[in-house]
Design a protein around this ligand. Structure first.
Ligand code: PAF
Length: 294
């Protein structure tokens, strides 16, 4: 596995791959890699000849009161995992490589509307930090395909919109959320949970699944479902940020054109903010009726 910190060295190596007709798949990450990230890498390997992973804890997507310094950095272990998965190229830029004039002077890429709802309301500027760094990384790597997790469903939706709006010739592939056996979505933040919080945490997924089951059975009072779910989480000891039933494509309210519903939740357990989502396809494609996704 070749490791690069300099943008120019990476670009020259990828130029050679392209000249040899190789397809390039890209997996951008912030490190502290777990099974969820490795699922993205495995998917990437099926889609291209060459896989490149980046690890960059992007300061532009952290708010002033967020956990940038506390974000877990586990580079040695990450490298071993990527090597075992057969990754050929690892890009490890430093903040001064990505933001040579500092963050305040950086040109920004903003996807309006989608970036302001749900996580965007409680984390102002977060998604603009994400779309800015992802655009830069896309311009550096110029992949044929880039792979993202469905756990961050709002992020995936925003990146798809950015790629369409900016005519970027990159296929965006989403990968199903990796979960522990009790349903908790794998996340770098799970490591911050105490033993008691960890045993409570799967309730987010259970609540999402119950809500999806109720909708699949025909219950259509979404406001009531949302407030019931929020109350359940609150009573169990969570501090819910949102629990929302939305159109999976627009992340707006469900309407008669909605083909797929996304049910999304964010809640704090102590100081750890957890997010998760499940989806429900409203187009009966077979005798089995509506199709649920993880
Ligand atoms: O999902 C992440 O880890 C980050 O938001 C990303 C896409 C690598 C951008 O920094």
């Amino acid at each position: 596995m070749r490791t690069y910190t300099a943008i120019a060295a990476l670009q020259s190596s990828l130029r050679n791959c392209r000249q040899q007709g190789q397809r390039i798949a890209f997996v951008p990450t912030m490190g502290n890699l777990h099974e969820g990230h490795l699922d993205l890498v495995r998917k990437a390997r099926t889609l291209a000849d060459v896989v490149i992973v980046s690890i960059f804890v992007n300061p532009l997507q952290f708010g002033p009161n967020e956990d940038l310094d506390a974000y877990p950095r586990t580079l040695a272990a990450d490298k071993e995992k990527l090597f075992s998965e057969g990754v050929q190229h690892l890009f490890l830029p430093e903040p001064q490589d990505m933001y040579p004039e500092g963050m305040a002077l950086q040109t920004q890429v903003q996807v309006p509307d989608l970036s302001e709802t749900l996580c965007g309301s409680s984390r102002p500027g977060h998604f603009t930090g994400v779309t800015t760094v992802v655009s830069k990384l896309f311009n550096i790597v110029q992949p044929d395909v880039a792979v993202f997790g469905e756990k961050d469903f709002q992020q995936l939706t925003i990146i798809r919109k950015m790629v369409t709006d900016l005519c970027m010739p990159i296929h965006i592939e989403g990968v199903a959320t990796a979960r522990d056996t009790d349903g908790l979505a794998k996340s770098s933040r799970n490591g911050f949970l105490s033993a008691d919080q960890r045993s409570l945490a799967p309730l987010i997924h259970e609540t999402l699944v119950s809500c999806r089951d109720a909708i699949a059975c025909g219950f259509d009072n979404f406001l009531q479902l949302e407030s019931h779910a929020r109350m359940q989480l609150l009573q169990a000891g969570f501090e819910p940020d949102y629990f929302a039933i939305r159109d999976a494509r627009t992340l707006r309210a469900v309407n008669e054109d909605t083909e797929e519903i996304a049910i999304l939740a964010a809640a704090r357990l102590g100081s750890t903010r957890l997010i998760d989502n499940v989806r429900l396809n409203l187009n009966p494609v077979s005798d089995w009726g509506m199709l649920a996704s993880p």
